[in-house]
Design a protein around this ligand. Structure first.
Ligand code: SAH
Length: 220
């Protein structure tokens, strides 16, 4: 890790160690996921002014009205994707800061990530280069249509909440593939679910409640 990524004080390796202890207490078990969170300098994914809060259990603003998910949520979604075997090809909808993507990239062969705000993509691209992550492909696009040219995926993770399960994304799952996604229900609440594609259909499991920005159409 480069010296500036190592961090000091509130952004140091020790702070990340404490974060991992907290995640363990909250029920995250997957060793690979914990290792990836331990090794990833989250403070470079937020504004410098917020760097000292980067390891708190909170969502932080990343500009353009968007937020970086809290560490627990990133860990939980990644674990949900990896629990039943390691996927090779993963699609993320909503690159945002790039933090979730950077975690995934350390655990699977290739990550494709799609974002509708080009300014966020540009920043994320710089961070991935700095961290030496080379198995990420980014695309400026409306994630509602998925990424048909690279489908099927063993895993799809959606980090913004649509009103219902997007059929397009389900169709881009390989057999045995899993979609982890927050969904806005009709009471205005969000739930995180995992949908697994089987040889004869789809199986849906409720994971927990969630609090993501909405998935919206169009690109800027
Ligand atoms: N995974 C991100 C979380 C970012 S918040 C991180 O780790 O930082 C959700 C992101 O989804 C925002 O950047 C938002 O612009 C993006 N988003 C919302 N609707 C989208 C859509 N239809 N297509 C692609 N990205 C979308």
């Amino acid at each position: 890790m480069r010296p500036e990524h190592q961090g000091i004080g509130m952004t140091s390796q020790r702070t990340r160690e404490r974060l991992v202890q907290r995640l363990r207490k909250k029920g995250i078990r997957h060793q690979g996921v914990l290792e990836a969170l331990r090794n990833t300098p989250r403070h470079i994914f937020v504004d410098e002014a917020l760097a000292s809060r980067a390891y708190e259990e909170t969502a932080l603003p990343i500009g353009h009205g968007q937020t970086i998910s809290q560490p627990y949520t990133v860990a939980r979604m990644t674990e949900a994707l990896l629990e039943v075997g390691r996927p090779e090809m993963v699609l993320e909808i909503g690159t945002g800061s790039g933090y979730q993507c950077a975690i995934l990239a350390q655990l699977v062969r290739r990550v494709h990530s799609v974002e509708r705000i080009s300014a966020l993509l540009d920043q994320a691209r710089i961070r991935f280069r700095e961290l030496g992550l080379r198995n990420i492909r980014l695309k400026h696009s409306d994630g509602g249509i998925g990424l048909p040219e690279y489908a099927p995926f063993d895993g799809i993770i959606v980090t913004a909440a649509p009103a219902g399960l997007p059929q397009t994304l389900l169709q881009q799952l390989a057999i045995g593939g899993r979609l982890v996604i927050p969904i806005q229900n009709n009471k205005g609440r969000q739930v995180m679910v995992r949908v697994t594609r089987t040889s004869d259909g789809f199986q849906q499991e409720y994971l927990e409640s969630a609090n993501f920005v909405p998935l919206i159409g169009g690109m800027i």
